[in-house]
Design a protein around this ligand. Sequence first.
Ligand code: 5GP
Length: 302
Amino acid sequence: MTNASRRPPEVDRAAASRRAVEARRARASLKRDLGTRVVAPQEALRRAEADPASAAGSMRVTDFLLALPAVGAGKRDRALADLGISPVKRLGGLGPRQRDRLYGWLDARFPEPEPRPGRSRLLVLAGPTAVGKGTVSARIRDTHPDIHLSVSATTRAPRPGEVDGQHYFFVDDAEFDRMIAAGELLEYAVVHNKHRYGTPRGPVDEALAAGRTVLLEIDLQGARQVRRSEPSATLVFLLPPSWDELVSRLVGRGTEDAEERARRLRTAKVELAAQGEFDFFVVNDEVARAAEHVVELADVPA
Ligand code: 5GP
């Protein structure tokens, strides 16, 4: 047999190297997702367990740990020694006991939120900038007229096509000040360092009293205020399918200049880091599916 005939055909090698490049790219993307908390470490471990050939499964455990927020080489090496895991292992190749120990280690450092009992029908939808909260809530408004979508007051000017009283109540600073002073706002915040936005309390209270589900699509600061004033509210965090996808949605929108985009990406990272304060996560991979998922969360157990 000649050397040439023992080598795989040219086309196979090309395909194999394309697959290898693709796999590396997928692992690099997953590392960014872990670092920005778009994907929880336990979720990556679950994916690795379900499919050892996946991006998560084929990732070295050393790379996995190093990709996590606030884990450096020292912490990683101590963890591997404590957990009895060899640094050459891949996530999909861990034994059941190693995996259990790793889950325990992750749970202690990256607790996953657990739904609280006694939730009300007040749903708050928040998430990082450009994740598509507006699109998901518009979809819910169109497909679930039974759900009351709160109309916020804002001091920003209407965009073309926006209708006063439908998309927002467009008010001036003096009127916004008056609403605050009169206690008419359930929460309010300055968003993107520019304009003020707030949730009028009256319509929310009325809809809840009538037994309806109420949806607030607000920013993170607003969600925190609602958590404080209405602890029974259900907080839902909308996640992008991946960090790379969030970046391309932000850039794709093309409505901001480079400096503004960079600022929003920094904000998005900070916002993603707050997800532990929420009760549920919904991944916005497809608007209709994400909207249905959010609606299902309104089904409060009796
Ligand atoms: P836009 O100006 O693009 O319509 O909205 C900008 C941001 O304001 C969005 O992230 C949206 O979630 C947030 N927002 C809209 N209404 C409210 C509100 O009533 N309260 C708070 N805190 N944020 C809001």
